[in-house]
Design a binder for this molecule. Structure first.
Ligand code: FES
Length: 104
């Protein structure tokens, strides 16, 4: 096993798709949020600080789209593209040295 230090953080956005006959999934809502978050990073040139990546189900399927910031131990539900700027502003303002308690 090899261990590497990563000097940026990661924000996970659920983009899980399911057939309509199954339980709800973030799907296209998650992808819209992912694109809005990435557009914010393009505008602010903050890619060196944080990477926004798609991920699988985070367990809040009925409340999508769902975004997870593991460094803060924070999960947002019901996120839409219009929330992207405020959400990333909060995430980027947080320093891991601030601890695990969120004040969102
Ligand atoms: S499908 Fe997105 S949280 Fe489960």
């Amino acid at each position: 096993m090899k261990v590497e230090t990563v000097n940026r953080r990661f924000l996970f956005v659920c983009t899980t798709e399911r057939p309509p006959e199954e339980r709800p999934a973030c799907g296209a809502k998650g992808m819209d949020v992912l694109l809005a978050l990435r557009a914010y990073l393009d505008r602010t040139d903050a890619w060196s600080e944080i990477e926004v990546v798609p991920c699988g189900c985070l367990g809040c399927c009925e409340e999508g789209a769902v975004v997870l910031d593991p460094a803060r131990g924070t999960m947002w539900t019901g996120v839409g593209p219009a929330d992207a700027d405020a959400l990333l502003g909060r995430v980027l303002a947080f320093s891991p040295e601030d601890g695990w308690t969120s004040t969102t």
